[in-house]
Design a protein around this ligand. Sequence first.
Ligand code: OOG
Ligand code: MG
Length: 254
Amino acid sequence: MMDIGTLAERLDTAAFEVEPVAQFDPEGRMPLATAYAVQAASIQRRSARGEVRVGVKMGFTSRAKMVQMGMKDVIWGRLSSSMLVEEGSSVPFERFIRPRAEPEIAFLLKRDLPGRVSEPEALAAVEAIAPALEIIDSRYIDFKFSLPEVIADNASSSGFVVGPWGDPHQEFGNLGMVVTIDGATVQVGSTAALLGHPVRSLVAAARLCAEAGEPLRAGSIVMAGGCTPAEWFQRGQHVRLEMERLGVASFDVG
Ligand code: OOG
Ligand code: MG
């Protein structure tokens, strides 16, 4: 198997040049720690190009996503400044290989959140919560991968749109949501899909990031994971999430 640096370069180049690559470990034999090392090395290349780390995203925190992608472990990835898509703006379709969108809830941290924390501790570190859409785009041909492969590929991170930041001191454990594409409803769901309550995704993020030697810091955004299966979108479409009480996150595809 190729070494960490070579794999990181391959995946980063695939993302940068919008050209998918073949799977390197379809059987999923690579140790997960090695897969995360590939992810870290690929993010290193983004940093070298001037991208700044803005937070992390959780993956497979809902049954809907686990079933859709055939995975059964929670994973995480790194979010950089170039992935942030302004709410309501237009994002060029050319930026993606074969993108999908999924409804999430985002946390903004006001305090560091190191290691093992309880749910109340995690909540106390939250400055604000927001409805959010994640744009995922696998760098592997046909969006097919094993668990180590998707980890190495930064958990398919490509873009994310954050709606209005709201008060975290409200009940947000079971907020309804509707995803529409060009006005047609394509998914309905609830924030309860995330491990029973989205704060559990934040607790998991704190633990996983600390274990990786990169504890969550004040100012970070944490995307809690897709609450429903992801939906393909096409050029020219309008993708919109409306979440009960928290409002709307949307984007146009240019
Ligand atoms: C991997 C990323 C999973 C989520 O929210 O569960 C994820 C993928 O589905 O390609 O972002
Ligand atoms: Mg996601």
